[in-house]
Design a protein. Sequence first.
Length: 261
Amino acid sequence: MHYSMLLLSATLGATLITGTAQARDYDEVRLGVDIPYEPFMYRQADGELTGFEIELGEAVCDYLDITCSWVEQDWDGIIPGLMARNYDAIMSSMAITEERAQRVLFSEPYYTTPSAWITTHEHDIDIDDRDSLAGLTVGVQRATLQDNYVTELYGDVLDIRRYTGVDDVVTDLRAGRLDLSFMDYPIAESAIEIDTEGSDFQRISDFIKEPEHIFGQGVGVAFRPRDEALAERFNEALAALKEDGTYDEIMQRYFSYDVKL
C-alpha cells in the first residue's frame, strides 16, 4: 500500500470516529522521544539532548516559529503516550508501516536507514544458513522493526531476547550472553563502531531494508489522527529545510551516507 493511501486511510478513519477533524493552533509542541538511540537522539555529558532527529526537530520548530520541548518515553509505550496526550507528536525514528498508520497520522517520510546482522569477531555465523542458526540467541530492542523482522522470519529458529534499549543489547552481546543481534545500522555505527578498524564486532549481512510490510516506507513524524493541520505544518517545514540545505548540514554531522527522503 502506498504512503498516500496509508495517509488517506488514517484520515478517513479519524473522520469516521470523531466527525470533522478540528484543527488546533499550536504555539508550543511537545515531541515524544525514546532516549538514547544514537545517533538520532541521545544525551550529552552536560545533560543536553542532541542527535540527528533532535537537531532536525529543533530546526523544524525554528522554521515554524514555535516552541518545542522533548518528552522522554520508552519505545514500547510511545504510541499510547501520544494517544494519552502526554505529547503532541512522536519524532523518534518511527518507520511508517501499514499497521501504525491505522493508529496514527504520519508526516511525509523524511529519512530511511538499513538494518544489519551483527556479532562479535569470536563468532563464525552464516546468517544465510538457517539450519546452522538453530538454538542461537539474538538480541533486539523490543517493539522495533528489527524485533518484528526477526520474530516473523527467524522466530522458529533463533532464541529471541528482547530489550528495552540498545545499550542493553550491546552489553549482553559483548559479554557473550548473546550470539548475535539485528540492529538499525546507524545505531550500530554509534553504539559499537561497526565496520571500523578495531571494532569488537562484525557485520555478517548486507544492508537490509525489505520486506516493505515490516520496514515500511521510511521514517515519519507521528501525530494523533485529528491533528492534520499540525502534520501539514511539519511537512511544510521539512520540505523547506531540505530545499535550503539545512537538512543536509544536519545529516552530514551524523552520517557518512545519504539518508534523506
